[in-house]
Write a protein that binds this ligand. Sequence first.
Ligand code: CA
Length: 219
Amino acid sequence: MRILLVEDDALLGDAIVAGLKQAGHAVDWVRDGIAAESALATGNYAATVLDLGLPRKDGLEVLRGLRAKKRGLPVLILTARDTVDDRIRGLDAGADDYLVKPFDLGELNARLRALLRRAGGQPAPRLVAAGITLDPAARNIFQGGQPIEVSAREFALLQALMQHAGRALSRAQLEEQLYGWGEEIGSNAVEVHIHNLRKKLGAEAIRTLRGIGYVMAKE
Ligand code: CA
């Protein structure tokens, strides 16, 4: 999934980017409120991790602006301000969850998984489609009781398709979920990943809809 991280602390930001990437996400990182607003206006994100204390524009204002546009994007706020008031203001402004610094990266990833599940209308922690089971937390894939080994990008691509099972995703939509800013994307990267996944999962697992994109059957 593609995540927008808004955090002005360089050390913490670096650590969060590494943690999110390790969990298989593509991450765009901006460091102030104005940059956050322009990224949110143009990027297609699955969720955002938003620090509240930001230069140029406060995180709460960014959040209020986002919700005023009726955007349902899952938002997890980070606050160093260990007061109940700040958390209440954040939740009232439309945050879906919060973490108080310092926090554990494992917990950040677990909370994000929960937000993404709810946003995707998938309350169960495991995704099931086309005879395949994918567990985003344990990061494993099973087909017919057999574990399937895939690369990090293949995992992310399969997860996106399974999250939207029954709906076609275009190559551009998949690229958006797989790659952050500044990452080199080969012109046929998605096709190559799909090809490799079909070799591992069988040709029928992922269908091509000519001129539209790729789709997995719902179950
Ligand atoms: Ca800050």
